[in-house]
Design a protein around this ligand. Structure first.
Ligand code: ATP
Length: 220
């Protein structure tokens, strides 16, 4: 293919972002830089398939994301999952993205833990027919895969130059190790502890203004 015909590469980072924090943002940027992505779309999910419902509403989570990435030229919020009914399956999001971006190289970012559970995801093998997968690996984190997934991973490993393909390969990219989680931030806020330097100041201010994460929800 003529180099001028290659479309810009787009990354996709889905999550609950309840709230967004530097663990999402810095590692996402590590991948943008490592693979030369034109854009990274942060996609908040309405209802995550594998876990309990988020504490903040979809609109509140989207607002926090928008503030967090404000003025960064390569990061954008994509709210297509918020308009969909039911669980947010990655494969459905990719089918929807492909309608807008039929030929661009697409890269779905996920942590090692998420990748190791991939074979339990809805229509998981179809994901690589729609996009590349980028495993964001933290230093010395083991990849514990079942045999089916390990064989699949071996057969799909990306090689130099594969960046120009639109889909189909698995990349493993080392990322900055930041032991930050939204759960730990919510717990700190419930206990009125200081959460500065774990997430952007603007997001902390918004959390205060919206009165979020004040009372720990009772487990049902
Ligand atoms: P929670 O604590 O509520 O489970 P979380 O902090 O893990 O939330 P999510 O919104 O569920 O955040 O994560 C979205 C994506 O970001 C996932 O692929 C997850 O692996 C990745 N991620 C979250 N935190 C980090 C981090 N500190 N470093 C690297 N990747 C992260």
């Amino acid at each position: 293919m003529d180099k001028s015909e290659i479309k810009p590469a787009i990354g996709i980072l889905g999550g609950t972002f309840d709230p967004v924090h530097f663990g999402h943002l810095r590692t996402g940027l590590d991948v943008v830089e490592a693979l030369g992505l034109e854009q990274l779309r942060l996609i908040p999910c309405a209802l995550p398939p594998h876990r309990v419902e988020p504490v903040a509403s979809p609109q509140e989570r989207r607002l926090m994301l928008e503030l967090a990435i404000k003025n960064h030229p390569r990061l954008v919020v994509d709210d297509r999952e918020l308009d969909r009914e039911g669980p947010s399956y990655t494969v459905d999001t990719l089918l929807s993205l492909r309608e807008d971006l039929p030929d661009n190289p697409l890269f779905v970012l996920m942590g090692t833990d998420a990748f190791c559970s991939l074979s339990s995801w809805s229509r998981w093998q179809q994901i690589a027919e729609l996009a590349h997968i980028v495993v964001m690996q933290r230093p010395e984190e083991p990849m514990q895969m079942n045999t089916e997934l390990a064989d699949w991973y071996q057969s799909r490993q990306a090689q130099a130059g594969d960046e120009t393909l639109a889909y189909g390969k698995v990349w493993t990219i080392p990322v900055t190790q930041l032991a930050i989680s939204a759960t730990a931030i919510r717990d700190a806020l419930y206990e009125q502890r200081d959460v500065r330097y774990l997430l952007p100041d603007a997001v902390i201010t918004l959390i205060e203004q919206m009165g979020l994460y004040q009372l720990k929800p009772q487990a049902s």
